[in-house]
Design a binder for this molecule. Sequence first.
Ligand SMILES: *Cc1c(COP(=O)(O)O)cnc(C)c1O
Length: 250
Amino acid sequence: MTAVPDDEACVTQCILEARARLEKALQTSKRNADSAQVLAVSKTKPATLVRAAWQSGQRAFGENYLQEALDKQQALSDLTDIEWHFIGPIQSNKTRAIAEHFAWVHTVEREKIARRLSEQRPDELGALDVCLQVNISGEASKAGVAPQELLALAETVIALPGLRLRGLMAIPAPCAANASETERRAPFRQLRELLEQLQARFPAASYPQARLDTLSMGMSADLEAAVAEGATLVRLGTAIFGARDYSHVH
Ligand SMILES: *Cc1c(COP(=O)(O)O)cnc(C)c1O
């Protein structure tokens, strides 16, 4: 991967490269060119770079830290078609602001948070699109619902009027450099199979309030393996905005 300095021209170039990389991965897997999208993960990056990405046609952005995201949303409030996704851990005292200021939340992992998001979602915004974060094998953090508890959580979330269950999200541990293709794909395959179980258990005809079409998986280092297993939203930070420097934030 190329090192990317923080400037607008580089972001423009990196967006093009990221799109090409996704397109190639989809082709390799014989998937339709429009069957997966890039979520640009802009945490720690300034609003100027988000604007540059938007100018290159990118619309969906992922943020992990609420206050940082709200500041950027304020700075970019003229971009009316930008779509903000919350992809960080959620504390219960933050649910109201998240419900009010995001289109998607990828990191729903417990019932209490889901209920609060649903109750606090303003009616005029329509249902909040959510993914359930799953703690699949080899998960780097302890975040996410255990696979054996997923069906119950999904059932609860589907019944909440302020939420629309879209699918699943995971953050697998990084693979060893010498991992085989099968090993790289294993956690993504597990997530895909879990989504297939949900689709079978909650068919669209009986559960029109759900729309189980999303696998939020794959990051800068493992996009190809995730796409090979059916990723529909790849969350790219470093590949678009360059390495992150946490020394000034949080
Ligand atoms: C930071 C982050 C990303 C982006 O990671 P890169 O390796 O920089 O592409 C994706 N998903 C989540 C949940 C993140 O926190």
